[in-house]
Design a protein around this ligand. Structure first.
Ligand code: ATP
Length: 362
């Protein structure tokens, strides 16, 4: 539905988009996730027609958008820096998109629509207030309302929750998901927050240095990350990545030999690799799967669970366990760990020029 192919955009010497390929399907809620400067906003502006690419094509519903003015593209965009009329009321700010010739609604329909959106965003009680006298978070919700109020072919949302506090953000996340599901409008949603992307995205596109490095469902990105950087971007505490080499008998071994695991990979013996396991996939004690032994290094309470860092020779791994299971643990206590083979990820070693790619293994 939204298709970007071979998009290149430079600003002077800076390459913002470097051959970007992106395909957002009809009705899909697609999250574009990446660090600051990766090219997320430039991607949205290119779809909206606010930036013209140096090369590549943008198509919406199969139609090439070259030369089509932003206004005629039928997409609604919400910027991080929201453009509202500060002296007008929240209501008038929401009503103004419905007054444009293209989207004009009869007065009673407009009132009804604004009422619904205000309800959804929890701003019904603020509609009479001038926007200049609202808090940042309230203003952000009005800005989002301005985008959602008129029917559009697609919504383009640029970090719409970034100014909200954690609690409100969580609540709005759930509401946004509901709005997306109800309206079934194709949504391209930009965020640098992986929790948000996992919560909202039907699919996620990971962007880095102006290119999409991986597109997939949350399961695909989680279980089959393209490289170590994608693996590190998702999940807190972060994935454990232990450096070692492939042994002649198709195993993995750290330099000091304190961690040995079977991996059944096609990688040649002697290859430098990283083995990845997420903290929640490591179990304390003798569970099913492979066994490891180490000593407790440090424990840190994370609410109802505890992060336990375990020393395995020269390496450390962290795991997350229920609080009740680990209250007796003290530094230097010996512990056994287990991990299911299917929860081990194998990567090439990181290199200065690029993060290690995932290697298939059984
Ligand atoms: N108008 C501009 N003039 C010059 N450089 C720009 C301009 N807009 C963006 N850039 C540069 O292009 C690159 C991509 O910027 P972009 O705003 O798309 O990143 P982003 O992923 O949205 O980052 P953030 O999360 O910080 O908003 C950055 O290096 C940025 O400095």
């Amino acid at each position: 539905m939204i298709r970007l192919s071979g998009i290149r955009k430079t600003y002077g010497k800076v390459t913002a988009l470097d051959g970007l390929e992106l395909d957002v399907r009809e009705g899909e809620f697609f999250c574009l996730l990446g660090p600051s400067g990766a090219g997320k906003t430039t991607t949205l502006k290119t779809v909206a027609g606010l930036e013209n690419p140096d090369a590549g094509t943008v198509t919406l519903d199969g139609r090439d958008m070259r030369g089509v003015e932003p206004y005629d593209r039928g997409v609604a965009m919400c910027f991080e820096s929201y453009a509202l009329y500060p002296h007008k009321s929240a209501y008038d700010n929401l009503a103004s998109p419905l007054r444009s010739p293209r989207h004009r609604l009869p007065a009673d329909r407009a009132r009804q629509r604004i009422g619904e959106i205000a309800e959804l965003l929890g701003i019904s009680a603020l509609l009479d207030r001038p926007v200049g006298r609202l808090s940042n978070g309230q203003r952000q919700r009005v800005a989002l309302g301005r985008v959602l109020v008129r029917p559009a072919r697609a919504f383009l949302l640029d970090e719409p929750l970034s100014h909200l506090d954690a609690k409100l953000r969580q609540q709005m996340r759930a509401e946004l998901k509901a709005i997306g599901a109800v309206q079934r409008t194709t949504t391209l949603y930009v965020t640098h927050d992986s929790v948000e992307a996992l919560a909202l995205g039907d699919r996620i596109g990971v962007i880095r240095d102006g290119r999409i490095v991986q597109t997939g469902t949350r399961e695909e990105i989680w279980y089959r990350p393209y490289d170590t950087e994608v693996a590190r971007a998702f999940g807190r505490p972060r994935i454990n990545l232990l450096p070692g080499t492939v042994t002649p008998d198709s195993g993995f071994r750290t330099a000091d030999g304190k961690v040995e695991l079977p991996i059944l990979s096609a990688a040649a013996p002697g290859t430098d690799v990283l083995i990845g396991v997420r903290p929640r996939d490591l179990t304390l004690g003798e569970g099913p799967g492979h066994r490891l032994t180490g000593t407790v290094y440090v424990t840190e309470v994370l609410g109802r669970s505890v992060e336990v860092t375990v020393r395995l020779g020269e390496q450390h791994v962290s795991l997350v366990a229920p609080r009740g299971e680990v209250t007796a643990l003290r530094p230097d206590d010996p512990v056994r760990l287990s991990v299911r083979p299917e929860n081990l990820l194998l990567f090439e070693a990181d290199r200065p020029e690029r993060p290690g790619r995932r290697i298939d293994h059984e």
